[in-house]
Design a binder for this molecule. Structure first.
Ligand SMILES: Nc1ncnc2c1ncn2[C@@H]1O[C@H](COP(=O)(O)OP(=O)(O)OP(=O)(O)O)[C@@H](O)[C@H]1O
Ligand SMILES: [Mg+2]
Length: 281
């Protein structure tokens, strides 16, 4: 399998072509019914772009993220990374190109592995450098994400939620990926810490010229970080465009309701299903 060439940076980083992901969910005791978690989505994310994905709970955002990471395969259509079908790319190669930061920094770290070990672990798995070099890189990354030296040999249980998410981010950067997919990366954190993590992600992106796919229900987050926004509803992209356009001139009633409702929910609560909102009809 040839590696993704270095010059594969001009075209889109991510591309979904008419992708559908269908699950068969239980419907009563015996029957199952198809559920299209993602339903005919096409989109591209170019190098250094920040795409924000918003949508109500259950609309298919995380499924989109998993498709772009190759963690799940499309039922139909094609998910491409640097122009190559995800299915044909070796898993290890994918993880050098794209990494993810998910919501919960508590469950994403092994409690019995020290912080520096957690960050060095991907380097070890990929056989990159000597043990000493791996540790050095782990320390550099922990410095980069703003974790004080005294935490480097600590264990996840000794850190706060915000500190753990910094560790997760450092680990995600260890293989020098070009792209990061962040799925509600701050919603499990205290409000006071959320801004710090967002600022960190914002700064890292500039410093390392990363491509981001950023999933959040929090509009302030999108305002801060996204360039283009895709609004998903029941597995489909119902609105897509530059951030300013979506914010100022949302075309669809769904988007307007989403924008209005998202501003009223408590941080971390996720976007409620619109049916549950008095304004949704
Ligand atoms: N592995 C699975 N098996 C069956 N159904 C699934 C599976 N994963 C997701 N779904 C369903 O697909 C739909 C989309 O789920 P998804 O997790 O992508 O939504 P989401 O937009 O990320 O929601 P949230 O904002 O709550 O995180 C939901 O109806 C969900 O129940
Ligand atoms: Mg989700």
């Amino acid at each position: 399998m040839p590696p993704v060439p270095d010059n594969a940076t001009d075209g889109p980083v991510f591309e979904l072509r008419d992708v559908r992901k269908t699950y068969h969910v239980r419907d009563g005791a015996w029957r199952r019914r198809p559920l299209h978690a993602v339903d005919g989505v096409s989109l591209t994310v170019n190098r250094s772009e920040v795409l924000g994905i918003v949508g109500e709970s259950g609309s298919g955002k995380t499924t989109l993220a998993k498709l772009m990471l190759g963690l799940t395969q499309p039922t139909s259509g094609d998910a491409l990374l640097h122009g190559r079908s995800m299915e044909t790319i070796d898993r290890r190669q994918v993880s050098r190109e794209v990494q993810f930061v998910f919501q919960d920094p508590y469950s994403s770290l092994n409690p019995s592995r020290s912080i520096e070990d957690a960050v060095a672990h991907p380097l070890r798995l990929h056989g990159m450098g000597s043990r000493l070099e791996q540790l050095k890189r782990a320390h550099d990354l922990l410095d980069l994400v703003g974790l004080p030296k005294r935490t480097h040999a600590a264990f996840p249980g000794q850190l706060s939620g915000g500190q753990r998410q910094r560790v997760v981010i450092a680990r995600a950067l260890s293989l020098r990926p070009g792209a990061l997919i962040c799925d509600e990366p701050t919603s499990a954190l205290d409000v006071s810490v959320q801004a710090q993590i967002l600022n960190l992600l914002h700064d890292l992106r500039k410093e390392l010229k990363l491509t981001y796919v950023f999933i959040s229900h929090n509009l302030e987050v999108m305002e801060h970080i996204a360039e283009n926004i895709a609004v998903v509803y029941r597995g489909k992209i119902v609105e897509y465009g530059p951030k300013a356009e979506i914010f100022e001139n949302a075309q669809k009633p769904y988007t307007r309701r989403l924008l209005a409702s998202a501003m009223t929910v408590a941080p971390g609560a996720g976007i409620p299903r619109l049916e549950a909102l008095p304004t949704a009809r």
